[in-house]
Design a protein around this ligand. Structure first.
Ligand code: SF4
Length: 369
């Protein structure tokens, strides 16, 4: 399992090496036509910040070569805001005393039907982490209702066991999203003060249980703002290298979510600016040409418009982060979104940028059984 070989000291060393890369090394690296994860320490160095334009041009070119002009669109749907964990940065955290909600089967059907009628064919189901309210049988039932309405159904739920993941795959889930939040263990324990989520290794290894269970696609990442962004980036690359080598049949994707406002008053201790976020996206595109990169509505309309052509392959749209948020809209949100445009406006924006917004992933239907 990855937790056994994850080496904090090695990551710290890579961060230090990256900070020392010279401008000459950056210039030399950028003359290459192909890159690997070994180049990330140069591409993410402080001197590389001055070459964002070159990084962006190369990123656009690689993305168009590998993915054409396609931009996958999806919508998140929250099934529950119950949570038995205390995560100091999250609006669903256990200590907030508001009325919690888990959708019943009728509500699931109503919400999913509405989203399907809006034109979405890809959906991501999310929950808090409360095995009592959102058990594997509950998720299985939800999937059985939702799957017939969509061509792809992803899940972002608490870490599960391989057999549980298999049950959910059989019920129609094809994508698994599970973020480590932070790969820095000391910080992880500082932000996750109560609940099963305090188990750092359990979260790290659940991804692999999902890979063994046979998900078509797996999305990983860190929640940016909790610790130094370069440390998170090199850890993510280390995790990806491990997974891609061992589970080469699986399609992998990453995301760089940044902490947003929520009910409490959490202020991120390691904020990451737009320039560094752009550097991250473009550097990962160069190092991993076939990797999916997702951009969520956490980011502003302007930034999403600017980043969309640079290496992004998948975007959420019209997101609401509360259960029954689309049909009822009065339960507590996990966090506030910043781009609230309807699907139609996102499609128009993408077309203006010569991108082809798609709501259906045809290659899933072409996959052998
Ligand atoms: S981040 Fe996830 S586990 Fe933590 S409080 Fe929020 S919903 Fe619960």
């Amino acid at each position: 399992m990855f937790s056994k070989q994850f080496n904090h000291n090695l990551i710290e060393k890579t961060v230090s090496q990256s900070l020392l890369k010279s401008e000459t090394e950056v210039k030399s690296c950028l003359t290459k036509t192909t890159f690997s994860s070994q180049d990330l320490s140069t591409l993410l160095s402080p001197h590389a910040e001055n070459y964002l334009e070159t990084l962006a041009q190369k990123s656009v070119s690689i993305t168009r070569q590998r993915f054409g002009n396609t931009m996958q669109l999806f919508i998140p749907m929250y099934l529950s805001n119950e949570c038995f964990n205390t995560c100091t940065y999250c609006g669903f955290s256990l200590e907030y005393k508001y009325k919690r909600k888990t959708l019943n089967t009728d509500e699931i059907k109503q919400e999913a039907t509405l989203l399907s009628q809006k034109g979405f064919k890809h959906i991501l189901l999310l929950t808090g982490e409360s095995p009592k309210h959102v058990s594997t049988p509950y998720l299985k039932e939800a999937l059985q209702i939702i799957t017939p309405l969509f061509s792809s159904v992803g899940i972002e739920v608490q870490p599960l066991e391989q057999k549980e993941y298999q049950t959910l795959i059989k019920a129609g889930a094809d994508k698994l999203t599970l973020y480590q939040e932070t790969y820095h263990k000391k910080s992880y324990l500082k932000y996750h003060t109560f609940g099963l989520k305090r188990n750092f290794n359990n979260r790290l290894d659940a991804i692999e249980k999902g890979a063994k269970a046979g998900f078509y696609q797996i999305n990983i990442g860190a929640l940016l703002g909790l610790y130094d962004w370069r440390y998170e980036a090199f850890s993510l690359a280390n995790h990806l290298d491990y997974l891609m080598k061992k589970y080469w049949k699986i399609k992998f994707a990453i995301s760089f979510p940044r902490i947003q406002d929520m009910i409490g008053s959490f202020h991120e201790p390691y904020p990451i600016n737009d320039k560094h976020l752009t550097q991250l996206i473009t550097a990962f595109r160069l190092a991993y040409p076939d990797l999916g990169i997702t951009l969520s509505t956490r980011e502003s309309q302007t930034l999403r418009d600017n980043l969309a052509p640079l290496g992004i392959t998948s975007m959420s749209a019209e997101s609401n982060t509360s259960p029954a948020g689309y049909t009822k809209g009065h339960y507590e949100e996990q966090f506030q979104t910043n781009d609230n445009r309807p699907l139609k406006s996102i499609i128009t924006m993408l077309k203006k940028k010569q991108l082809d917004p798609v709501t259906k992933d045809w290659d899933i239907s072409l996959m052998p059984n």
